[in-house]
Design a protein around this ligand. Structure first.
Ligand SMILES: C[S@@+](CC[C@H](N)C(=O)[O-])C[C@H]1O[C@@H](n2cnc3c(N)ncnc32)[C@H](O)[C@@H]1O
Length: 389
């Protein structure tokens, strides 16, 4: 597993915190490699045959699989382990961030006399949407926006930066930016003539997915918006420390204050599965409004539930909907991507939904010599469209 890049705003990890974080990573690795495959065995050997006996047919969809699996003792134990370790993921980063919160807030605070290349614009009138304030997404206490200090707080972002690295076991690389790297590759391969002058990342968080676009399109003006002030403060300080010029602004992606047709590329990384269906529809409409003629919108997501995923495979990711405080995962992945983009106002010949090939970071594929280009066979889904010229 690659070591997380120690940028200056990242919380320092003390000895005992490091021990606990290493334990959680190892435990999750063990569950994933050795226990999770047992769910499929339990389904194929016990659950499916029993279901067929009593119903005269196989389970027809992910809901029937889930309800049947819930009664199986192996699945129950696996589920309890995953949930318990999911809560543990955030424990140590939370303590660690709290222990050094004054120093973190001071380090991230924009200094009046220091010239920065990018900008930070906060708007305290922006409200956290109810779908974010009601749920601590993936069991992260306080979600993305909780503040623990009276001003200039970065607590939630510090917890997210370290916790997300543990959650995906370093799978997004030392800078947590593999998704952005992959989306850059996809954008260039799918729209080779696109030379974006203005780029917007909605729900940019700490800018992990955005900075690769700063590097890939050096002439472009790159913006990131988020409703969470702590994420934006931390993201700005982090981007400056890493030498990436981007503009962070506190805005709700459902209704931004940018003028019509002001961007060539509008994107999100792993945001839509954490968004209510109503907000998602508003965001996609907003993307269309913001695109210049010929502009592209791309939303990078875990795989949609299409015919390639069996009801069992769908039920595996749908576990998050019920047990990982991710209420929008199942409903969102079950949507028809084309219908959704049409509803946002895109015409049939503007639709550009597709698959994003998945790579493992930190491994050289021997061809390009690039750390982010080792294909592992999986894919992510892209909800996309390109406005007519
Ligand atoms: C899972 S994080 C992803 C962050 C980032 N895109 C990344 O790849 O690391 C989701 C982010 O979307 C933000 N978000 C959710 N709904 C939003 C909305 N309607 N407007 C702006 N930001 C939103 C959250 O505050 C959070 O920072």
């Amino acid at each position: 597993m690659p070591r997380q890049y120690q940028h200056p705003i990242l919380p320092q990890t003390a000895h005992d915190e490091d021990a606990l974080q290493s334990f959680v990573i190892s435990m999750r690795g063990h569950i994933s490699a050795n226990l999770t495959p047992g769910n499929r065995q339990a389904f194929e050997r016990d659950v499916a045959p029993t279901y067929k006996k009593s119903h005269g047919r196989a389970p027809a969809n992910r809901h029937e699989v889930r309800r049947a699996m819930l009664r199986h003792p192996f699945h129950q134990s696996w589920s309890a382990l995953i949930r318990t370790t999911q809560e543990m993921i955030w424990d140590s980063p939370g303590h660690s961030a709290l222990r050094q919160i004054d120093a973190l807030n001071a380090a991230a605070k924009p200094k009046p006399k220091r010239k920065t290349s990018g900008t930070l614009t906060l708007d305290p009138s922006v409200k956290i949407p109810p779908y974010l304030s009601a749920v601590d997404i993936h069991c992260m206490p306080g979600n993305f926006h909780q503040e623990v200090a009276a001003e200039d707080d970065v607590y939630a972002a510090a917890v997210y930066d370290r916790g997300a690295y543990i959650y995906i076991m370093g799978g997004m690389g030392p800078l947590g930016d593999a998704l952005g790297q992959m989306l850059v590759d996809y954008t260039k391969a799918t729209f080779p003539d696109l030379a974006p002058k203005r780029i917007l990342d909605m729900g940019c968080g700490i800018g992990g997915g955005t900075l690769p676009f700063v590097d890939a399109f050096p002439g472009a003006e790159v913006h990131g918006i988020d409703v969470s002030a702590p994420m934006l403060r931390y993201g700005h300080a982090r981007a400056e420390a890493l030498g990436g010029k981007m503009h962070f602004t506190q805005m709700n992606a459902e209704r931004t204050s940018f003028p019509d047709a002001s961007f060539d590329l509008v994107m999100t990384h792993i945001v839509v599965h954490e968004t209510s269906q109503k907000a998602l529809r508003n965001i996609l409409k907003e993307c269309r409004r913001l695109l210049k003629p010929g502009g592209v919108t791309l939303h990078c997501e875990t795989p949609m539930y299409d015919a390639r995923l069996s009801p069992f495979d769908q039920s595996q990711t749908d576990w998050d909907t019920y047990f990982n405080n991710e209420p929008f995962v199942g409903p969102m992945h079950g949507l028809d991507a084309d219908a959704l983009m049409r509803e946002a106002g895109f015409a049939d010949d503007e639709l550009a939904n597709g698959d994003l090939p998945l790579y493992v970071p930190g491994v050289d594929d021997g061809e390009t010599g690039d750390d982010y280009r080792h294909r592992i066979g999986g894919y992510l889904s892209i909800l996309g469209a390109r406005r007519r010229v």
